[in-house]
Design a protein around this ligand. Structure first.
Ligand code: UN1
Length: 499
């Protein structure tokens, strides 16, 4: 079995603790992917000290040259797409079609970052004084702590690190302990593409030790975290106390609304993909389905037939629709919510059980599950389960549907199926989410648009697109007075007093 290492101070190194953990395939827990470092705080300290040196060099590299490194990263990921998809499916379970998409999202993010190196715009604005120049431009921040989840083992680290690097920062990267292999390959690719070694540091281990040490480190002024709302609260408290810049992407309880006038076949494809893709383990997953009364019974019948026919299995095998959950703990959490749903009087129409037969007992499989007649406000309608569990709520009007959509503490994505264009535009205004899809499922954000949510889903920042570059850089303003005289702002200017 292969033993992997951290990448600290420009070298592949063993953890200071001398300890390792096994990374297992969630579809077959007898298959061990490799042994990975269980690092300690000493490793984080060395990584941060080295990253500070890397930063001093990298921040002086022109942004177009930094972009060029990221273009090569995109090229290398394109060449290795199939291999990365395979190893990603092996360590986290989702089917190959999805892991290929995950790699593609990283490639798209790399090429976007590459071209941003030739933009990274500031503003030039008129001064209120004569013979005075006023402009803003962007400067990097320093060492960024990057803490990422298991569900998009490549895409999410690229969303964070590529813009951070393009802006001239150094990164200390801690991938989720369930997906250390993909994280390692990403760092190998960054180095092969020509990133100066001390600009990137990879520290494997658990959140309670490594993640915590990164967040608490005084020389890491910016943190980007994707994970649960509970962990995000601890991260936020520490960053608040230490005055750190922080981007949080956390939970979701995303709804698909299907109105009476919708194209039902299209809506059916949408909810199957949105609810059960990635085994429901996306922040954007459809975990609520809001059906208007007129189509409710008919749609539910079609949906249950489709969900029952989905094939569980190893994501590397052709024909697999749904892979395993990431861990036994994740499966126990889902099972807990099945009990909660039944106790609340939800009508369990299908699923609710572990995957059975055909070797499925070797992995953390769970059947696609649908609860009908769920009341708005029930726990399974309010709380994030992060598994293949869909709660169905019946409503009478579009207004009621919008209210149910908005009646949760999260606000990542929402979806509306209708043929009424006026209603579609109203929904864009009325639904309290960072993203609303019309006639498309709640999942599937594109890399060049801002990604994030409102309420307890985030803290106001966005990943992706142009906005993330603002998170990873500081705005600096420059004034150049070429009048040769002292011009006192707000005092000597002639505004309002024309001669
Ligand atoms: C996530 O689940 O945290 O929009 C990210 C989507 C993907 C990204 C999901 N492109 O579903």
């Amino acid at each position: 079995m292969k033993t992997f290492r951290n990448f600290i101070a420009g070298a592949w190194t063993e953890p200071s603790t001398g300890e390792y953990f096994d990374n297992v395939n969630p579809a077959d827990t007898t298959d061990v992917v490799g042994r990975f470092p269980l690092s300690g705080t000493e490793d984080v300290d060395r990584a941060v000290a080295s990253a500070r040196r890397g930063f001093e060099r990298w921040r002086r590299t022109p942004a177009p040259a930094r972009g060029d490194v990221l273009r090569r990263v995109g090229d290398l990921m394109t060449q290795r797409k199939e291999e990365i998809a395979e190893l990603m499916t092996r360590e986290m379970g989702k089917p190959l079609t999805e892991t290929r998409g995950d790699v593609q999202e990283g490639i798209d993010t790399a090429y976007y970052a590459a071209t941003e190196g030739r933009r990274l715009f500031g503003h030039t604005v008129p001064s209120e004084m004569p013979s005075k120049w006023a402009m803003s431009f962007r400067r990097p921040i320093g060492v960024c702590g990057i803490i990422t989840p298991f569900n998009f083992p490549l895409a999410i680290p690229t969303w964070k690190m590529f813009p951070a690097l393009l802006c001239g920062n150094a990164c200390v990267f801690k991938p989720a302990e369930d997906v250390p292999h993909t994280g390692t390959v990403l760092v190998e690719i960054l180095l092969e593409a020509g990133l100066p070694p001390e600009v990137i540091q990879l520290v494997h281990g658990v959140g309670e030790t490594v993640g915590k040490a990164i967040v608490e480190h005084p020389d890491v002024p910016a943190i980007s975290f994707t994970g649960s709302t509970e962990t995000g609260r601890f991260v936020g408290e520490t960053c608040g106390r230490m005055h750190k810049r922080l981007s949080l992407e956390m939970g979701g309880k995303n709804a698909q609304i299907v109105l009476d006038d919708a194209d039902l076949d299209l809506a059916l494809e949408g909810v199957i993909w949105g609810a059960f893709g990635t085994t429901g383990q996306r922040c954007t997953a459809t975990s609520r389905l809001i059906l208007q009364r007129g189509i409710h019974d008919n749609f539910l019948g079609l949906l249950v037939d489709r969900a029952r026919a989905m094939k569980l299995g190893d994501g590397r095998k052709a024909g697999t629709d749904v892979g395993p959950l990431i861990s036994e703990a994740a499966r126990r959490k889902v099972e807990h919510y099945i009990d909660v749903g039944q106790a609340e009087g939800g009508d369990l129409l299908c699923g609710g059980r572990r995957g059975q037969g055909r070797g499925l007992e070797r992995g953390h499989f769970f059947e696609p599950t649908i609860f009908a007649r769920v009341s708005a406000g029930a726990r399974i309608e309010q709380e994030e389960i992060f598994g293949p569990v869909l709660s169905v709520v019946r409503v009478s009007t579009p207004e009621e549907a919008f209210a149910v959509n908005n009646g949760v503490k999260y606000g990542l994505s929402s979806s509306l199926y209708t043929r009424d264009v006026n209603l579609a535009f109203r929904a864009l205004q009325e639904l309290d989410n960072g993203i609303t899809y019309v006639n498309a499922p709640t999942i599937g954000a594109e890399a060049h648009l801002p990604f994030g949510g409102v309420k307890q889903t985030g803290n106001g920042h966005r990943e992706g697109g142009w906005e993330v570059y603002e998170f990873y850089s500081e705005t600096k303003v420059g004034y150049v007075d070429y009048s040769g005289t002292l011009q006192r702002a707000q005092i000597d200017n002639y505004l309002g007093t024309p001669d």
